[in-house]
Design a protein around this ligand. Structure first.
Ligand SMILES: NC(=O)c1ccc[n+]([C@@H]2O[C@H](COP(=O)([O-])OP(=O)(O)OC[C@H]3O[C@@H](n4cnc5c(N)ncnc54)[C@H](OP(=O)(O)O)[C@@H]3O)[C@@H](O)[C@H]2O)c1
Length: 400
């Protein structure tokens, strides 16, 4: 077996740069074939010089025209660039580190082409789980048939669609070797964000600066604000429902301020298995790349003696209504879930820009889910999802 050949979509972002770190630390295990980012030409140039990919793309056309790439690296342009990169015949595994729905089309194309997809991006599943999971199930069934081994790593859907989100990686690790019928409940942990102990009145005056100060994780701005509102955890409930085929009513959120237990699974016999680790995304990124194997990691192990104690408490959906709104959107179906993520993208951008208060975020999410999702249960196709995304963006920009 040669190195795993990787295409990385969103290489300039928070997850993208941490993925590059994992890839460069293990040059024998991985070969980077393709890189794509949105607008950060300088970062892409540095990454291309270091990793020598065969092809790259930069969505910003003007910045792309100025790129100085090493010899042997081809620039791919046009609206289908991500799909072209993700479906190359010399790519084995695609890492999705873009935000929003930017990469959904290329994820579907990559799975159609038989590539493994490792995704940090929740939106792909929250809006498109009904499109993605049947492809994944087909690939897993094909691998089970071809190998005649139902325990082969690729005979499981999670061998093909590998979660990078730390909570979903934790649940995945807890489920290795377990039967689906043994699952009683998924326990998604949440740090609670910077406003864990804030009152409703405190939340009304939250500033972007305060919301961006996450107590345990260093993440991109969108994800950090989503953690402060707990919208992030709501999206993770929907993501988990698709990944693990568990009813939304069987997924609980547990507040755990230390962010050491990354999530847990309760089994029918009452046993709970949890995965613990330092809050460092390079750990779940690396597990998704090397599954079922493990490599040494720069993240290091948790020192349980130094941590001393682990606290858990119930999530408060009164103070953090985004959690309830997301759960209801998940139950209402893919249109409501898609409306939720599109509205959230705008709500967070508006909060950061100062045109929407912190408590305006759940109000906007609730209004968008109600307007675009609640009455429609039919499952939208890809083009319909993209059109809905644009429609919800317009609504959310104008929302007062
Ligand atoms: N950050 C975390 O710790 C974390 C943890 C769990 C899950 N996630 C999820 O992972 C995803 C990425 O999060 P992040 O925090 O890394 O976001 P981020 O820092 O905003 O990075 C997003 C990346 O997507 C790129 N991009 C945007 N449009 C593109 C396009 N058309 N083509 C190619 N690339 C494009 C951006 O490019 P430019 O920067 O060059 O414009 C950037 O590299 C999100 O879905 C998030 O929910 C993140």
């Amino acid at each position: 077996m040669g190195p795993i050949r990787v295409a990385l979509l969103g290489s300039g972002g928070s997850i993208g740069r941490q993925t590059v770190d994992v890839l460069t630390r293990n040059p024998d295990a991985f070969r980077v074939v393709a890189l794509a980012t949105g607008s950060q030409g300088q970062i892409l140039e540095e990454q291309a010089r270091r990793l020598k990919p065969v092809a790259v793309s930069l969505a910003d056309v003007r910045a792309a025209a100025r790129l100085d790439l090493p010899a042997g690296t081809e620039l791919i342009g046009g609206p289908d660039a991500l799909t072209v990169l993700a479906t190359r015949s010399d790519v084995d595994l695609v890492v999705v580190a873009t935000g929003g729905l930017v990469a959904l089309r290329s994820v579907l194309a990559a799975l159609e082409a038989g590539k493994i997809v490792a995704t940090a991006n929740k939106e792909t599943l929250v809006a498109g789980g009904h499109l993605v999971m049947p492809l994944v199930a087909r690939l897993a069934a094909g691998a089970a048939g071809a190998t005649g081994d139902k325990h082969h790593p690729l005979a499981s859907p999670l061998g093909w669609l590998r979660p990078i989100d730390s909570e979903h990686s934790a649940i995945w690790q807890c489920l290795v070797g377990e039967e689906h019928a043994a699952i009683e409940r998924l326990l998604l942990t949440a740090s609670g964000g910077p406003f864990l102990n804030a009152t409703v009145a405190d939340l009304a005056t939250v500033t972007p600066e305060a919301a961006l100060r996450h107590p345990t994780w260093r993440m991109g701005a969108k994800t950090t604000i989503d953690s402060a509102t707990l919208a992030n955890k709501g999206l993770e409930i929907i993501e988990a429902r698709w990944l693990y085929d568990v009813a939304i009513s069987d997924i609980s959120v547990v507040i755990h301020p230390q962010s050491v237990v990354h999530s847990a699974v309760q089994f029918v016999d009452g046993s709970i298995k949890a995965q613990l680790g330092t809050p460092d995304m390079r750990l779940p990124i690396q597990y998704a790349l090397t599954y079922p194997d493990r490599l040494a990691s720069p993240a290091g192990a948790v020192d349980l003696i130094a941590v001393g104690h682990l606290d858990f408490r119930a999530a408060d959906e009164e103070r953090f209504p985004c959690l309830r709104i997301a759960r209801e959107a998940g139950l209402a179906g893919p249109r409501a879930s898609a409306a939720l993520i599109s509205a959230d993208e705008v709500a967070v951008a508006r909060f950061l820009a100062g045109s929407l208060g912190f408590n305006g975020i759940p109000r906007l999410l609730g209004a968008a889910v109600e307007r675009f999702g609640a009455a429609h249960r039919a499952e939208p196709g890809l083009d319909e999802l993209i059109a809905l995304d644009a429609e919800v963006h317009t609504f959310a920009e104008a929302y007062r």
